[in-house]
Design a protein. Structure first.
Length: 259
């Protein structure tokens, strides 16, 4: 591809992303009006499987917060796009041995689901700040942490055995996980995250999530973030009271071929 052809392709992609992004923002605004909300949830654009060049175009279009599911991909993009000053949200299932890598670039982790991960992230932030101090760099802020709630288990006995598993902690485990995060010196308890179970009315699922959130707020009133809603169900999430939406395909289009 010649330089001219590459430039034309870049302009075309920018136009496509601009139109898609405008449409999603319009949906969010309309959903907020329909719900009688004075505010609008913040959009996190999920860029997994898409190239760093797309993220750069999105930044030019005003996107400041992006989500990633895989550490290896996220770390590479964050390093390449460090000049943009974006906030990176890690939203996928996270192994404890990836904590050291994630805290180098992520401002928030949405998928806290077990005590071991809380401890690993707290330790990783401490070590990251030691590294930064040794290099004469300022410390990173406390890592924002959200407890991921398994809404299948919130639906009652037997639901957790559904083939539509999407990860997360049982609602009954949320208070202990929240307390562990709040007690960790390098972490900040920011709220809850959930994915609506496949095959279920998302309005019902998000209503259960908000019930768990209200219980959380009794002990931790500042943990106000509710990360819920994706391309297919963002309206239901806005109506339920979500503060942040994770939208990928409706902004970026069909997933590019892998390999």
């Amino acid at each position: 591809m010649s330089a001219a052809e590459a430039g034309g392709a870049g302009l075309a992609r920018r136009g496509e992303l601009s139109a898609r992004l405008e449409a999603v923002r319009g949906r969010i605004a309309a959903a907020a009006r329909a719900a009688g909300r004075a505010d609008e949830p913040e959009l996190i654009v999920v860029t997994k499987f898409f190239p760093a060049s797309d993220v750069r175009l999105l930044a030019e279009l005003g996107v400041r917060r992006v989500g990633e599911n895989r550490d290896q991909e996220a770390a590479a993009k964050a390093a390449e796009l460090e000049d943009l000053g974006l906030e990176w949200d890690f939203i996928g299932q996270l192994q404890t041995n990836k904590a050291k890598s994630v805290v180098r670039y992520a401002g928030a982790v949405h998928s806290i689901d077990r005590p071991q991960l809380v401890a690993a992230l707290d330790k990783a932030v401490a070590r990251e700040n030691e590294r930064r101090g040794a290099e004469g760099l300022p410390p990173r802020p406390r890592l924002k942490c959200l407890v991921q709630v398994d809404l299948r288990r919130a639906a009652g006995p037997g639901a957790a055995d559904s083939p539509a598993a999407r990860g997360g902690a049982a609602p009954g485990d949320v208070p202990a996980l929240a307390a562990a995060i709040a007690a960790a010196g390098n972490l900040e308890l920011s709220g809850l995250m959930a994915v609506a179970p496949l095959g279920e009315d998302p309005a019902d699922a998000f209503a259960r999530l908000m019930g768990v959130a209200r219980e959380l707020w009794r002990e931790h009133p500042d943990a106000a973030m509710v990360s819920a809603g994706m391309s297919q169900d963002l309206e239901a999430a806005v109506a339920a009271g979500a503060t942040h939406l994770r939208v990928g395909s409706d902004v970026l289009g069909p997933r590019p071929p892998l390999g």
